[in-house]
Design a protein around this ligand. Structure first.
Ligand SMILES: Nc1nc2c(ncn2[C@@H]2O[C@H](COP(=O)(O)OP(=O)(O)OP(=O)(O)O)[C@@H](O)[C@H]2O)c(=O)[nH]1
Length: 742
């Protein structure tokens, strides 16, 4: 049988398999596809879908017809905004793949998706190597302890440099890349690939859009010698990690007798244990190299059972993680769930760890914006559910509160056992590990980054206000990093988020999905405020409303505290007064006080790290709750205005990799940006890694500035770090800017 015919038969087999549904957990791979913006994730995913038979034509980003970039905004802008899940079958295995956004504004999306996958493919642009966002997504994948494969894409381009990408992986990401392939270009620039392990040359047939490809043993003697050297280097590198392989090499006096299967086994082990990163190459756009990448996903990345057993404490009960909520035109909101334990079935009742209980409606297998109805899905798989109206991205879903409590007990017991074993071997970090583990499993709220920018949002007329609020509520369930609040002073709805693109996308999604043409105010930095010293005041408010006398005298204090937001004064002279307050009235007072902290006096920033202490209250007979609430809020506002607040500004944590000779120039520039240099350490022989914190206000367009001052040699990654108090001078500048005077 000719090779081409064999490949066609393989393809037909794949197409037939699409309709076969029985996969054991060992046959499932859940993978994320991560990269810097524009490296080619979406193009690579499109090829995977096409070659697996899931799509009948090739989607292209520039034509706006890709499967995974299905939002109108994604198709128009040619970028991925929402991670989307697609399922396809390859060589008798089922691959659930998540295409994730590359832009920094959507880092939270990537973070949530990583809960759902067992391994990742990190796509590099072969002409750019490791870029800023590659570093961010790489460290996110490291945090989730995910095995990785790297795919060096765009190798068709004349300026692509495969060796530089390998060096970048090593020096900028501290990875141990193992190159499994090598590129070859003919005189016309057509790309083909050498397989270093099999010593073969693979070529793709352009007319068949890369569906047909051929792998032949290398016969040219010089090339063969060169490839053999690379194969030996690969075995040498691996035997430093894998004892079995090392023993074989030693007992057989060298590399010649090492079989391909021995290499594959050692590579799989080393990849699954995150000791190495297999590196593949190709050009997704020119349809070269994608099938071997799919083979590598199956061959080297773990199946769900091989990943850590964090959820064992749930035994056979169901546990799932909500990693995305998508809005389907016909079916409404659909919840994407990664099943971590047990089976998920249609009509099952589920409880979120936040206490909401609801029933799964229909279930679907995901193909971006097309779905196939299914009845159930097993542990290790992902599924889309309708009917879950209260779940939010990041929720953990369980069968019942009892199942959750039992799991907590089991986890506690196993942790105690572990602590007993370790009792004689005290480890300071142990408590932290336990706390992390418990938090990870039972986290009630997903980790949502604080908004660093905000802007007002206005409907075209007040008739649209309710519809706009509903749209925002839905978008917030999908994307918890979007904050929505109401500013009582200006009467405006305010959006908080991660950046300009983030807000822009929200605006255009409200237009395309909800048909409301909203207006966004200018984007401003989200400063917070805090008190400097404790302060106490008494306020009396009296008024006659509709013939009824309303009166409240309230004494409140603000103190610095990061934990509790509201407390009662414990001193003996106030005990009797406070004990006499009815719980419902206490709730009203609390609500009034907290609402006043939403808007500080300086720039209207949220007042944080501040505790409200109620000392005393006298309420006149017949005084309405709303009057009590207003009195409490006014008392807090009085303290804040009289005593003043300090501004806190958002700080970004930045990691910059720069060649040694450029370091001083970058440090000097950072000095002008009020940055705090935390460390400058060697990164390989030629580079330095600069760890720095700097105020967001000083980082406008910083990645392009860095590119200019380093002549394109530096790369950086940036995440929100937190908020710090500003000094008086900087504060004045910030206030002038916030008021539009600068
Ligand atoms: N020359 C060349 N261009 C490519 C290749 N792969 C992708 N491109 C082009 O690069 C651009 C970005 O590709 P995408 O697939 O959208 O990249 P992405 O990583 O999904 O981008 P985001 O989702 O926005 O982060 C598009 O114009 C593609 O056509 C390739 O192998 N070679």
């Amino acid at each position: 049988m000719s090779l081409f015919r064999a490949i066609r038969l393989e393809l037909c087999k794949n197409l037939t398999n699409i309709h076969r549904r029985c996969f054991s957990t060992k046959d499932i791979r859940n993978i994320g596809i991560l990269a810097h913006i524009d490296a080619g994730k979406t193009t690579t995913t499109e090829r995977m879908l096409f070659y697996s038979g899931k799509t009948r034509s090739l989607g292209e980003v520039h034509r706006g017809n890709t499967v995974t970039d299905y939002l109108t905004q994604e198709r128009e802008r040619g970028i991925t905004i929402c991670s989307s899940a697609v399922t396809f079958h390859w060589k008798d295995k089922k691959i659930n793949l998540l295409d994730t956004p590359g832009h920094i504004d959507f880092t939270m999306e990537v973070e949530q998706s990583l809960y759902a996958v067992d391994g990742v493919v990190v796509v590099l642009d072969g002409t750019a190597g490791v870029e800023a966002q590659t570093m961010t997504v790489w460290s996110q994948a490291e945090k989730h302890r995910l095995p990785k494969i790297s795919f060096v894409n765009k190798m068709d381009r004349p300026d692509a440099d495969f060796d530089k990408c390998l060096i970048d992986l090593e020096t900028k990401l501290d990875a141990k890349p193992i190159s499994l392939q090598y590129p070859l270009k003919d005189s016309k620039g057509n790309l083909s690939i050498y397989d270093i392990i099999r010593l073969e040359h693979i070529t793709w047939n352009a007319q068949s859009l890369g569906r047909v490809y051929e792998s032949k043993p290398v016969t040219d003697e010089n090339t063969l010698l060169e490839l053999q050297d690379k194969r030996n280097a690969l075995i040498d590198q691996l035997s430093g990690i894998d004892d079995n392989l090392a023993d074989f090499v030693i007992s057989n006096d060298g590399f010649d007798k090492v079989t391909n299967d021995l290499i594959y086994t050692a590579l799989r082990q080393a990849t699954c244990h995150q000791k190495v990163v297999p590196v593949m190459l190709g050009s997704a756009y020119k349809n070269v190299g994608v099938q071997p990448l799919m083979d590598a996903v199956i061959q080297y990345l773990p199946h769900p059972n091989e990943r850590n057993q964090l959820y064992d404490c749930f035994e056979d009960d169901f546990v799932g993680k909500v990693f995305k909520i998508v809005h389907d035109k016909q079916r409404g909101p659909l919840t994407l769930v990664r099943i971590l334990r047990g089976d998920l079935k249609k009509s099952m009742r589920l409880t979120s760890t936040r206490g909401q209980s609801e029933v799964v409606g229909k279930m679907y297998e995901p193909l971006a914006d097309e779905y196939r109805e299914i009845q159930a899905a097993q542990a290790g798989d992902v599924a889309l559910c309708s009917g879950l109206k209260h779940t939010v991205t990041g929720d953990l879903l369980v069968t019942s509160t009892t199942s959750l409590k039992n799991a907590q007990k089991r986890l506690q017991k196993s942790l105690e056992k572990k602590t007993d074993v370790m009792a004689n071997n005290v480890d300071d970090g142990d408590d932290e590990v336990h706390a992390d583990l418990i938090n990870e499993i039972f986290s009630l709220e997903p980790q949502i980054p604080d908004a660093v920018y905000f802007c007002s949002i206005e409907p075209p007329s007040s008739a649209y206000q309710n519809a706009m609020e509903l749209a925002l509520k839905q978008l917030q369930r999908e994307d918890p990093s979007l904050r929505v609040s109401f500013d009582a002073v200006t009467g405006q709805t305010v959006l908080g988020g991660m950046g300009e693109l983030h807000m822009d996308i929200i605006k255009s999604r409200i237009l395309t999905e909800y048909k409301i043409e909203v207006d966004l105010g200018p984007l401003q930095i989200a400063y917070k405020e805090t008190i400097e010293n404790p302060a106490k005041t008494t306020l009396t408010m009296e008024k006659e409303i509709a013939g009824s006398k309303q009166s409240v005298t309230i004494t409140l204090e603000l103190v610095k505290d990061k934990k509790d937001i509201f407390s009662l004064d414990k001193s003996p002279e106030n005990t009797n007064n406070l004990l006499a307050i009815r719980p419902r009235t206490l709730q009203v007072i609390r609500k009034g006080c907290i609402s006043a902290l939403e808007r500080g006096p300086k720039v209207g920033g949220q007042v944080v790290e501040t505790q409200i202490k109620l000392h005393n209250i006298t309420i006149g007979r017949g005084t309405a709750d709303s009057f009590i609430m207003a009195a409490a809020a006014q008392c807090i506002q009085k303290i804040l205005t009289e005593n003043g607040t300090r501004l806190l500004e958002p700080i970004m944590s930045i990691q910059i990799v720069v060649p040694n000779e450029r370091t001083s120039g970058i440090l000097a520039d950072l000095g002008r940006r009020r940055a705090t240099i935390n460390d400058v350490m060697p990164k390989g022989d030629k580079n330095k890694l600069i760890l720095v914190n700097a105020p967001l206000a000083e980082l406008s367009n910083y990645s392009s500035i860095l590119r200019t001052i380093s002549s394109g040699t530096a790369s950086m990654t940036m995440q929100p770090y937190g908020f710090t108090v500003m000094n008086t001078n900087d504060e004045e500048t910030a206030i002038r800017r916030a008021q539009g005077f600068e």
